[in-house]
Design a protein around this ligand. Structure first.
Ligand code: FES
Length: 106
């Protein structure tokens, strides 16, 4: 959950990518217009399984950097979420508790 400026809680969806021994996290929000990336429930990868993909307009993102390499938000990037692995559990590190008001493209 995340707390907005009015103090209301709402779901806070992140994407966790396991890449070998590396674990990466991104906010589940497309930089194009702010929708969740999953094109079907819990489906985040492109048909080749090599990039994250937004289901709305098909932008694709590098797994290791979150940078959009193709689609309407090319050159922008997913918001990284700091993660660490402690005793085999994936933990979120240093979460900002207030929602970002950054506007999105129309
Ligand atoms: S909303 Fe993700 S590419 Fe348009």
């Amino acid at each position: 959950m995340i707390v907005d400026h009015d103090g209301n809680q709402r779901p806070w969806s992140i994407v966790v990518v396991r890449w070998g021994k590396t674990v990466l996290g991104y906010l589940n929000r497309c930089p194009h217009n702010g929708v969740n990336l999953d094109w079907e429930r819990n489906e985040f990868l492109d048909p080749y399984g090599v990039r994250l993909m937004c289901g709305k307009h098909g932008s694709t993102f590098e797994l290791g950097t979150g940078r959009c390499v193709e689609g309407p938000c090319k050159g922008r990037a997913l918001t990284p979420i700091a993660l660490t692995v402690l005793d085999g559990d994936i933990c979120v590190v240093g979460v900002r508790l207030v929602e970002d008001d950054t506007p999105f493209d129309e």
